[in-house]
Design a protein around this ligand. Structure first.
Ligand SMILES: Cc1c2[nH]c(c1CCC(=O)O)Cc1[nH]c(c(CCC(=O)O)c1C)Cc1[nH]c(c(CCC(=O)O)c1C)Cc1[nH]c(c(C)c1CCC(=O)O)C2
Length: 361
């Protein structure tokens, strides 16, 4: 199967909004839409470990399709079921999920970089993601587009050094500020793997690519410019160049630098992305004023509103829609971060219904 003979796409709202069009209603999807808030997801996870699901294309396809089936006609995109931490695994690190990510042997000092694979054969290491994408795109039958993704180098670097989540980022910051040159070299190495991985995902059938910089907000504006932003640009520039060289479709790209609202203007002007994802800590109309109208925006309801019941959800969606619709440019409705395990799937449905209603032009 090549990118040219997949079933024709029936709903291109996401791709039109990503290219800056004001669509008849905002395309909507939700980060972690295939996740633990869904009973059908928890059912599969009872008998399959997290990374086993990621590595088994039939299971990853099944889970990716779960929210599309349940919310048929309401969701405008699917995102391949996988994780950002498959890249550190491909580079030679062990990662387990118990229940959060854990690296038994994190990179303690720059010496430890020697333990990483010198060359990463992306098809060998991550071919299972490509197979899952091709199978999912086929089984989606053109209902909605399929999003591929990777983690941003700074976020992956932090996991690889901290060995898991962190509150203080003591170890990752020790690297940045004690070994800045070694840090930059490692960040660039991760970025190059991300480029190969994203190009491979397009080749396999992904129709939009998102880069998750979940820990961008841990950096000062100066250090974001030093350590994260150059690698985000490296990814956008090189993915686009490679797609053109390899005659692959010119695929829209989204960057989600969570907590980095201080950098919105420069991300929009110089990042090289079509869509900028927003967390909920910025007002939609304010974000549009900052970025101008040369990028689409994605976001940004506080995921916590989904705990507030129907009236709270409706009011927040209405406010969000008015904010994003006040300016020009494309808007993709989403939450400001992933949907949490405690959300009632019925409240997720109501959120999607409210977006359809209040974002309509
Ligand atoms: C930081 C990060 C990770 N993974 C990801 C990020 C970036 C986005 C973000 O900031 O949340 C990205 C990710 N992880 C997952 C997806 C799948 C697609 C989707 O539905 O969004 C995506 C896009 C599945 C997942 N990845 C994980 C789950 C839940 C684990 C489970 O099934 O037991 C899912 C559905 C596990 C995971 N994976 C990760 C953490 C910190 C955790 C544990 C905490 C949590 O559950 O939120 C790393």
């Amino acid at each position: 199967m090549t990118t040219t003979n997949f079933p024709p796409l029936k709903n291109d709202l996401l791709l039109r909004a990503a290219r800056g069009e004001q669509t008849e209603h905002a395309p909507v999807w939700v980060m972690r839409q295939a996740g633990r808030y869904l009973p059908e997801f928890r059912k599969v996870r009872e008998s399959h470990e997290f990374f086993e699901v990621c590595r088994t294309p039939a299971l990853a396809t099944e889970i990716t399709l779960q929210p599309i089936r349940r919310y048929s006609g309401l969701l405008d995109a699917s995102i391949i079921f996988s994780d950002i931490l498959v890249v550190p695994q491909a580079m030679g690190m062990e990662v387990i999920m118990n229940p959060g990510p854990h690296f038994p042997d994190p990179l303690n000092t720059p010496e430890d970089v020697k333990r990483l694979k010198g060359v990463v054969d992306i098809d060998k290491e991550l071919g299972y993601v490509f197979q899952a994408i091709t199978q999912t795109r086929t089984e989606l039958n053109g209902e909605v587009p399929l999003i591929g993704f990777c983690g941003a180098p700074w976020t992956l670097f932090a996991y690889m050094i901290e060995g898991g989540g962190s509150k203080t980022f003591q170890k990752a910051k020790t690297w940045l500020f004690k070994y800045p040159e070694e840090s930059k070299a490692l960040l660039l190495r991760i970025a190059d793997v991300c480029v190969d991985f994203l190009v491979g995902q397009v080749k396999a059938g992904a129709q939009l690519l998102q880069v998750f910089d979940s820990w961008a907000g841990e950096l000062s504006p100066y250090d974001f410019d030093q350590f994260s932003f150059p690698t985000l640009k490296h990814i956008s520039i090189n993915v686009r160049r490679r797609l053109a060289e390899e005659n692959l479709p010119a695929t829209p790209m989204t960057v989600f630098a969570k907590g980095a609202n201080y950098a919105l203007a420069s991300i929009a002007a110089n990042g090289g992305y079509d869509v900028v994802g927003l967390d909920w800590c910025i007002d939609p109309a304010e974000a549009r004023r900052i970025v101008g109208d040369n990028v689409a925006l994605q976001g940004n309801m506080d995921p916590g509103v989904l705990y507030g019941g129907r009236d709270a959800i409706e009011a927040a969606v209405k406010r969000m829609s008015q904010g994003f619709r006040a300016g020009k440019g494309g808007w993709i409705a989403n939450l400001g971060h992933g949907i949490a395990p405690g959300v009632d799937p019925k409240d997720m449905r109501w959120f999607l219904e409210c977006v359809h209603k209040y974002s309509a032009l």
